[in-house]
Design a binder for this molecule. Structure first.
Ligand SMILES: NC(=O)c1ccc[n+]([C@@H]2O[C@H](COP(=O)([O-])OP(=O)(O)OC[C@H]3O[C@@H](n4cnc5c(N)ncnc54)[C@H](OP(=O)(O)O)[C@@H]3O)[C@@H](O)[C@H]2O)c1
Length: 349
């Protein structure tokens, strides 16, 4: 007894991770349908260690009878299919940016605002936030509860997998090409990404920030608190998986670094690795494949009255995308659908 689940974008970085996460966490499924474009229809994708699913065409699929859709095929695709799937009775958990700021669509990180999921009934759609926002708000939540955050300054170090499978290939091909003296070809990135860092993710906005930077600010306010000011600088770095963030927070009330460390250690989804010693912190390659949001380098910011700086790392394909979406589905099943048994959970981190 379980649910009928469809994964849209099942052949992509996030879609494959969604299938893996559903299987790993024993999400109660009766049937899983893998959907993608005409390009990969008829091919195979793995579901768990021992099952293989045939990829079907999204544009020829009818969603009647599907309970939950986990979607990650780009904003344009979601804009078109999600309302149709929702009208057919499915609840769509969408990974793209298209519905995130819609007031009738909840934007959810289960460790931070699970209560918002109740709002899914307005459109039968729930939005998964941007990968950089997710890991940041998981770490900010216990600090906000402890001392009320006024302002956040964040610089990101984002891996190329955040740009999809083609972006990963571009880093690989450029890196190999440079070693054999070939000309660097760029397609997905605006500049060479191998051995380089690019302070430009998504389009430029009128105020000079990028849309990725705007998302971190707007989404944090929707999820955590509309009064928090966030200024971000988002940078693509030549790392395959996991995003890192240098975060500085200003509070309304005093919070020592040891109180902050204790609050973070108690927080769901957070793992604190913070030794003031060689290797006493987590880096991007170490976080890849893990569910946790890792926090390291916690220290007071002496330039303001109540300030704190720290380093935050997480796998952008897991907590930044697939895991967060599956956790939303688990809350839906446990609190709102309740027609079949709840998923046995594995604790993040
Ligand atoms: N990567 C991240 O860290 C991350 C985090 C949060 C959100 N997201 C969002 O998730 C989405 C996908 O990201 P990704 O990294 O998985 O990209 P990806 O690796 O490039 O995969 C894209 C997926 O979408 C499918 N697709 C593309 N056009 C389609 C169409 N017209 N109809 C049906 N399926 C179509 C592709 O299928 P084919 O194989 O048939 O081309 C593939 O399965 C993006 O909107 C992204 O912003 C990504």
């Amino acid at each position: 007894m379980g649910y009928r689940v469809a994964v849209v974008g099942a052949t992509g970085n996030v879609g494959r991770e969604m299938l893996q996460t559903l299987a790993e966490r024993n999400f109660p499924v009766d049937e899983v349908v893998a959907l993608a474009s005409q390009r990969s229809a008829g091919g195979d994708v793995s579901f768990g260690d021992d099952k293989v699913l045939k990829v079907q065409r999204l544009d020829q699929f009818y969603f009647k009878g599907i309970d939950i859709v986990l979607s990650s095929a780009g904003a344009k695709v979601s804009a078109d299919f999600a309302p149709k799937a929702a009208a057919a009775g499915a609840i769509v958990i969408d990974n793209t940016s298209f519905f995130r700021m819609d007031p009738d669509v909840p934007l959810v990180v289960p460790e931070v605002n699970p209560q918002a999921i109740a709002g899914y009934k307005k459109k039968n759609i729930i939005a998964n936030p941007n990968c950089s926002t997710i890991q940041m708000v998981v770490a900010l939540k216990p600090l906000h509860d402890a001392a009320k955050i006024k302002r956040v300054v964040v610089a990101t170090y984002q891996s190329v997998s955040g740009g999809g499978k083609d972006a990963m290939d571009e880093l690989f091909n450029q890196t190999r090409g440079i070693y054999v003296n070939q000309t660097v070809e760029k397609e997905r990135f605006t500049k060479q990404i191998a051995f380089n860092c690019i302070p430009h993710i998504d389009i430029f906005m009128d105020d000079g920030s990028t849309k990725e930077e705007w998302k971190m600010s707007a989404e944090t306010r929707k999820i955590l608190d509309p009064n928090i000011a966030v200024v971000a600088t988002c940078v693509r770095v030549p790392v395959f998986i996991s995003h890192a963030e240098a975060i500085t927070v200003e509070f309304e009330r005093p919070l020592s670094d040891s109180e902050a460390r204790a609050a973070l250690k108690r927080a769901p989804g957070v793992t604190v690795i913070d030794l003031r010693a060689d290797e006493g912190y987590v880096t991007q390659t170490e976080a890849a494949g893990d569910d946790a949001v890792f926090v390291s380098r916690i220290r007071r910011d002496p330039t303001v009255e109540h300030g704190l700086s720290f380093w935050c790392v997480s796998d952008n394909l897991r907590k930044g995308a697939a895991l967060n979406a599956v956790q939303i589905a688990e809350v839906l099943v446990e609190r709102y659908l309740q027609k079949r048994p709840a998923a046995p959970k594995r604790k993040a981190g």
